[in-house]
Design a protein around this ligand. Structure first.
Ligand code: PMV
Length: 327
């Protein structure tokens, strides 16, 4: 019997990039999920099919020892996706102590790829959960989060925080500071997402901030200021003060722009959402292109985004209280 698991994507309320340097961040899981189905095979081969990833789907079939799968899609896309899926399957086989288990893996996702909504973390978390359960092992969400973090860290050459993977595994709003990960009680947060239809390279953007931080004191200070802002944001969350959360999101966007990770499309969407009545708006994730998140309990921000040429798609995103779950 194949085993299916799903895991949610996320938006950053506060703190992306600074979290890489040990500052706190507050990501929130949203109801856009990746679903991974795993079936054990009778041999030691792997087969991975991805459908509906908001990019062209593909199928790859190869033996455990082959290093060059023969597929008819652009190599960088396959390499990027396969890096995460291969590493997720390897950690699942390790957890189940079944190094030679052959697996068929099918991925579906309604989270745009590389757009700041945590698509890779959701796929990795769901893949580890489905594969371990298929091989007869039940891991707690926290254990899945830790293995998923190691996968992201290795695939992204050491540059990853625990924020995306922990948030996707446990759901809800979370606070991550280094290896200290916990869930937060939050008021109902009226998230609106604007998506410019493009994707970014998280590794490149993280490297850019690292270089800026090494060269300029202002960039070090900016990372520290984002940390201060997150701590103020936590107070506003405790008090359920949405107006203050919005003000702090606006400042967080400005600080991220100072670190060079905004883009014209992101700035245009942020301004459209604010002018449409949002309490605040900011880019979410690595930046460079992709998504913004706004807080708006009316329809104004979503309407304003839908009328903005830079915005390809806008939608309301419910907080996902479930993290990884069996489907
Ligand atoms: O754009 P995403 O979803 O890959 O988010 C990246 C968030 C960063 O803080 C920039 C990097 C990280 O690993 O936390």
């Amino acid at each position: 019997m194949p085993t299916s698991s799903s895991a949610p994507g996320k938006v950053y309320l506060f703190g992306e990039h600074a979290v890489v340097y040990g500052e706190p961040a507050v990501p929130c899981a949203i109801e856009r999920r990746a679903t991974v189905t795993v079936a054990e095979r009778g041999d030691d081969r792997q087969r991975v099919s991805a459908a509906d990833l908001t990019l062209d789907g593909f199928t790859v079939e190869y033996g455990a020892s082959d290093d060059a799968p023969d597929v008819d899609v652009p190599t960088p896309l396959v390499e990027a996706a396969m890096g995460y899926v291969d590493a997720a399957m390897a950690t699942a086989r390790d957890a189940a102590d079944r190094p030679d288990a052959g697996l068929d893996v099918t991925i579906e996702s309604d989270i745009p790829l590389g757009a700041g909504l945590g698509s890779s973390a959701a796929v990795v978390v769901a893949a580890i959960d489905a594969a371990t359960r298929e091989l007869g092992v039940d891991l707690a969400p926290e254990a899945i989060a830790e293995r998923a973090y190691e996968v992201e860290r290795d695939v992204q050459s050491g540059e990853a925080s625990r924020a995306d993977t922990f948030c996707s595994a446990v759901g809800g709003a979370v606070r991550v500071e280094g290896s200290d990960c916990r869930t937060l009680a939050t008021p109902d947060l009226p998230f609106v997402v604007g998506y410019d239809g493009t994707s970014h390279d998280t590794g490149e953007l993280v490297a850019g901030v690292r270089a800026l931080r090494e060269e300029y004191d202002f960039a070090r200070d900016t990372v520290g200021s984002i940390g201060d802002l997150v701590r103020r944001g936590e107070e506003a969350l405790r008090e359920g003060d949405v107006a203050e959360l919005g003000r702090l999101m606006d400042v967080n966007h400005g600080l991220l722009a100072a670190l060079g990770v905004s883009a014209r499309s992101l700035d245009e969407m942020v301004w459209a959402a604010r002018e449409g009545g949002a309490a605040g708006a900011k880019l979410t994730g690595a930046g460079g292109g992709g998504c913004i998140v706004a807080l708006d309990d009316g329809a104004g921000a979503e309407t304003a985004l839908s009328l903005t040429p830079a915005c390809d798609e806008s939608f309301r995103a419910e907080l996902a209280t479930d993290g990884v779950r069996a489907e």
